[in-house]
Design a protein around this ligand. Structure first.
Ligand SMILES: Cc1cc2nc3c(=O)[nH]c(=O)nc-3n(C[C@H](O)[C@H](O)[C@H](O)COP(=O)(O)OP(=O)(O)OC[C@H]3O[C@@H](n4cnc5c(N)ncnc54)[C@H](O)[C@@H]3O)c2cc1C
Length: 435
């Protein structure tokens, strides 16, 4: 007997949401959540842009995000401050891009995802700072002309630290335990029925995770009935040694904060009315390299980033210290800024005041998240740049896998077949509407 029934490794959004839903549905179980960092959410969750959208091409992504957003909206409306602001997403694109995307947009509309198409005249009125042709350098930079906008009103931003603190707090309130500064160093597989012969488990034996070695502040071996790995970009580290594919490849992603203070035009852009009830600019995605920016009115700043696929290495076993992945000022100056100020010249003089980097964890097969169970081991991950917006649903899927239920009950009561995002019985379409 052990004093831990379920061990959850990783206290990012995936781990805290999973731990919370497990203890919520199995209140008698002793659930232990561990993380090598000193506080929950200090991995990539804390470095994230924390935007949310339901505008995906894949129906599974739509479902997982949409019901998580509903849950987050419910939390915020019930008085739980998770920093949620429904500012909307505004994708800017050429006529040709809109045509090629029409089938995805039609799919979203069929599935009840609200979107609104805006022609150039409407856009130019709503976004006075927009230079639709991309400016003098547009030929050199290959900037497509902005001819359309696609607006997603249900989308927005939240505060990842507040969200993680909410789940971790509720988890503890329901009796869960959190051990920080504690690393799961290795997994020890054993036979389901131990015979006492040297070298078990043999090929003819069924296996299970017998023990997990913890080091750091909690230094011991635990022998739980189930283990959940929610290790994000580090998902391969514990799995590869025991021959289970972690299905994760990490890539560095960077965010840059630009100050609007002292620049009246930027301050006006920040508070562009007409898109949402808050009178704020929405999250804007430009037609080149998905360069994007979001308003942070509380900081008088914009956060800027882009889709970073060109010549950016995959990392299978990332360093534990995320500061090893530093943001690069030259990447902003020579990569992002020409595109940004091509379409919005007002950014030409914007001052770069902070920058940081984190890691996306990709499932490169189809760019959708996964959750699967092998024996008593449950693994969740592969959420690329959209793990926070699907966190609640994925936590519920992990809980269903733990309870060996076929279906998870997503927020609002919709059933979701947990095997859809497994690997052995995967049934998802590749995501095409990516940032
Ligand atoms: C720059 C950037 C922008 C992003 N923007 C968005 C966005 O706008 N919207 C969105 O939804 N998502 C966004 N994402 C993605 C989002 O941050 C991730 O999908 C999400 O945070 C993944 O959560 P996680 O819990 O899987 O990983 P993490 O938050 O990284 O948590 C994993 C945790 O596991 C712990 N851990 C790992 N191995 C062990 C071990 N062996 N022992 C103990 N602890 C261990 C780590 O310490 C870490 O705390 C962005 C990511 C980045 C980097």
């Amino acid at each position: 007997m052990d004093d831990v029934d379920v061990l959850v490794v990783g206290a990012g959004i995936m781990g805290v949401a999973s731990a919370y839903h497990i203890v919520r549905n199995s209140p008698r179980k002793k659930v232990l959540l561990v993380d090598r960092y000193g506080a929950p959410g200090q991995g990539n969750t804390g470095r994230s842009n924390a935007m949310f959208r339901n505008t995906f091409s894949s129906a599974d992504n739509q479902t997982l995000a949409d019901s998580s957003i509903d849950y987050y909206l419910h939390l915020q409306a019930a008085g739980q401050d998770i920093g949620l602001e429904q500012i909307g997403y505004l994708w800017l694109m050429s006529e040709a891009k809109l045509s090629s995307n029409e089938r995805y947009l039609a799919g979203m509309e069929r599935n009840g995802i609200e979107i609104k198409r805006q022609g150039l005249r409407e856009l130019a009125g709503a976004l006075p700072g927009l230079r639709a042709d991309g400016g003098e350098e547009s030929g050199l930079l290959g900037l497509p002309k902005v001819e359309w906008g696609v607006f997603g009103p249900k989308c927005g931003r939240l505060d990842p630290d507040k969200l993680v603190r909410y789940y971790a707090g509720e988890f503890e309130r329901l009796g869960g335990r959190i051990a920080l500064g504690t690393e799961a160093e290795s997994i020890d597989p054993g036979p389901t029925r131990r015979l006492g012969i040297d070298g078990e488990p043999f090929v003819w034996q069924d296996w299970r995770v017998e023990g997990v070695k913890l080091t750091g502040r909690m230094d011991r071996v635990v022998r739980p009935e189930a283990v959940v790995l929610a290790c994000g970009a580090w998902g391969n580290e514990l799995l590869l040694p025991i021959g289970v594919d972690g299905h994760v490849r990490a890539k560095k992603r960077q965010l840059f904060s630009l100050s609007a203070r002292g620049n009246a035009e930027l301050m006006r852009l920040l508070r562009t009315p007409g898109f949402n009830a808050l009178g704020l600019l929405p999250f804007v995605i430009l037609p080149k390299a998905s360069v994007y920016f979001k308003p942070l009115e509380e900081e008088d700043a914009f956060w800027v980033g882009c889709e970073d696929e060109v010549n950016r290495q995959f990392i299978d076993l990332p360093d534990h210290d995320l500061d090893k992945y530093a943001a690069e000022p030259g990447y902003y100056d020579r990569g992002i800024k020409p595109v940004l100020s091509g379409y919005f010249p007002v950014f030409t003089k914007a001052e770069l005041k902070a920058m940081w980097a984190g890691l996306y964890s990709y499932n490169t097969a189809d760019y959708l998240p996964f959750a699967f169970r092998e024996s008593n081991l449950i693994v969740v991950g592969g959420d690329s740049g959209s793990g926070i917006m699907k966190g609640d649903s994925l936590g519920r899927v992990v809980d269903a896998l733990y309870r060996e239920e076929k279906e998870a009950e997503l927020y609002g009561g919709a059933p979701y077949d947990a095997s859809r995002i497994s690997f052995s019985r995967r049934r998802v379409e590749r995501e095409e509407w990516v940032i």
